[in-house]
Design a protein around this ligand. Structure first.
Ligand code: ZN
Ligand code: ZN
Length: 598
């Protein structure tokens, strides 16, 4: 009655081609995925010296009977795939049955497993069963892999450093925990708990376990769909970013996939909300009919192809954008109570924040009992209405989504010739005048470029500009773009142009500089040129050039006008380079800092 069947040779060979145990994480992966297949909802992973000495996985899954346990270590056994079709379906976790014999060939294994009645204990050395005895009847499987590569010392040296091996294991287990919030994952490395999720099914709690409470508090729920795809998950406030792309995690039917185009869609949605070289933390669960995705037949199974991919990317982009649009994104200054500060174990390279695990007692879990996160509690009243809208049920993205507007605030003065100090009933704000002006200019230029006004300004003194011939050719090729913008520009010699009229959005006194900069952008955009990209780059460049600089004193009236204009922007929170325009000190934080409130 064994669940494991011997599969046919065609399939076996196909699989065997890529299936090699190379790293400790491949062993962890194999064992954990067996546990998932056995329907375990508690999976404990213990490693010693990053798994080189010991990897032990304990689960409460369905276990194996004696015959299945023995067959599991023979080649060409699998319970998952009975025909090749299975390979093309992502809903099955993977094709294994081949890896266990490979692992046992290069290690010493002790397997204890039971389906609930009599248990089995096997000892396998170098692929040979050396002991086969009855064992206790605890339902589930406990498998210990010791001394990996003990009999193939040459392979040992191909392992990366212990540190890298452990980082890979952590990354893998973190992603499994995110994939299965309803399963309890525990990862223990050399007796230290690195991850401990509660299996409650709450994705945000898993995010908290991995990234810490501070990050979890700054995640926003997202839930959108179209005809083919359902997307649920969390996206970080733009102020929470990482230097690596690896925190943009996409799951398709509960399986982590790595797809650069999905990542690009996520990153594009954050365009100008964050610096280009920083990346958000995003966990998106994409659910779809398995027939709409095609998984590459490779053991790592990370590559995936989607039907209606453009629609999916657009759904992700517009979904994230609309969530950001509906959220008040002014970074809030938060002081740490010095008494609460506990020694931190920083493992940034491991992407772990262990202190939450180590200092469980200081974590306030109550925040996670609320379905709606209380973020920026002082100012949520501005977007509560929208929160209700999208927390209730899934939201289909429409063009005319209502926006949250930045609260009204009143300037009291300028600090360091750069920061406008403002206040209102909620607290104190600081606005970076250059960043704010850049944002206002940027949105203004984009609008002007998209709908050029027919009128242009005649220049008193036409400008003649000369270029090296390669650059001249590029400008000449694209001269209609400039004409469409209402420049009067003509060739006026072998390698030069004369400009007699310019559009109205060019500021008086800055004609030369603006036109030169614009042409520079045009020349630099030679590769993969699109009009959108050109407008975008030109708008960002000009917005900075034309903005008030730091260290320039402006009058109270100018400050008021600036705040007014900023509040009218589509995204008033960041400059086009992704830096914040405004920072907020809540009344509560101010009172706490001055010890008026404890
Ligand atoms: Zn600038
Ligand atoms: Zn900027």
């Amino acid at each position: 009655m064994g669940k494991i069947k011997i599969m046919d040779d065609v399939l076996a060979n196909k699989i065997a081609a890529g299936e090699v145990v190379e790293k400790c994480v491949s062993v962890v992966k194999e064992l954990v995925e067996n546990s998932v297949d056995a329907k375990a909802d508690e999976i404990k992973i213990e490693v010693v010296q990053a798994g080189t000495k010991l990897i032990k996985v304990t689960d409460n899954g369905s276990g194996m009977d004696h015959d299945d346990a023995v067959v599991a270590f023979e080649r060409h056994a699998t319970s998952k795939l009975l025909d090749e079709m299975g390979l093309f379906r992502i809903s099955s976790l993977g094709f294994r049955g081949e890896a266990l014999p490979s692992i046992s060939a290069v290690s010493q294994i002790v397997l204890k497993t039971s389906t609930g009645d009599v248990g089995t204990r096997l000892e396998i050395n170098g692929g040979k069963i050396i002991k086969d005895e009855p064992s206790d009847a605890r339902l589930g499987t406990e498998i210990t892999v010791k001394n990996l590569f003990y009999n193939t010392p040459a392979r040992l040296k191909y392992l990366s450093s212990v540190y890298t091996e452990l980082a890979n294991i952590c990354e893998y287990v973190n992603k499994m925990a995110l994939s299965y919030p309803d399963k309890k994952f525990t990862l223990i490395s050399d007796d230290k708990v690195l991850l401990n999720t509660d299996g409650s099914g709450n994705l945000l709690k898993v995010i908290k376990e991995i990234y810490g409470l501070d990050v979890a508090k700054k995640m926003i729920k997202i839930s959108v769909f179209n005809d083919d795809y359902d997307i649920d998950g969390y996206i970080s406030y733009p102020e929470v970013t990482r230097s690596s792309r690896s925190h943009m995690i996409t799951l398709v039917n509960n399986r982590v996939v790595r797809n650069t185009e999905l990542n690009r869609a996520i990153n594009d949605a954050y365009h100008t909300y964050k610096p280009e070289t920083r990346y958000p933390i995003v966990v998106l669960k994409i659910s779809t009919d398995p027939s709409l995705v095609d998984v590459n037949v490779h053991p790592s199974k990370l590559d995936i192809k989607f039907s209606n991919f453009e629609d999916l990317k657009e759904l992700i982009k517009s979904g994230i954008k609309s969530v950001l649009d509906k959220t008040l994104l002014i970074p809030k200054v938060q002081t740490k109570n010095l008494d609460d500060v506990t020694p931190k174990v920083e493992l940034e390279q491991l992407n772990l924040q262990r202190q939450n695990v180590i200092n469980n007692n200081i974590i306030d879990y109550s925040i996670f009992d609320e379905p709606v996160l209380q973020v920026n509690e002082d100012i949520t009243k501005y977007n509560q209405k929208d929160d209700e809208n999208y927390d209730n049920d899934k939201v289909e993205i429409t063009k005319e989504e209502k926006k949250v507007i930045m609260p009204e605030m009143y300037p009291v003065g300028l600090a360091k010739g750069t920061y406008i100090i403002c206040h209102n009933e909620l607290g104190l704000y600081m606005i970076d005048q250059h960043a704010a002006k850049e944002r206002i200019n940027y949105e203004g230029y984009l609008k002007a470029f998209a709908n050029p006004k027919p009128d242009s300004i005649k220049m008193l003194f036409p400008i003649t500009l000369e270029f090296p011939s390669n650059e001249f050719i590029i400008i000449k090729q694209n001269i209609n773009i400039l004409k469409d913008m209402h420049f009067d520009i003509e060739q006026s010699g072998i390698n030069s142009f004369v400009i007699k009229e310019h559009p109205t959005w060019i500021k008086q006194g800055y004609e030369d500089e603006s036109i030169k900069k614009l042409l520079e952008v045009l020349i630099s955009e030679e590769k993969n040129f699109t009009i959108q990209k050109f407008r975008e780059k030109a708008a960002i460049m000009l917005s900075c050039k034309m903005a008030i600089k730091a260290n320039m004193n402006i009058s109270m009236a100018e400050m008021e006008a600036l705040i007014d204009d900023l509040r009218r922007c589509d995204n008033p929170y960041t400059c086009p380079h992704g830096r914040p325009t405004t920072i907020f000190y809540s009344n509560y934080e101010l009172e706490k800092m001055f010890k008026r409130a404890m």
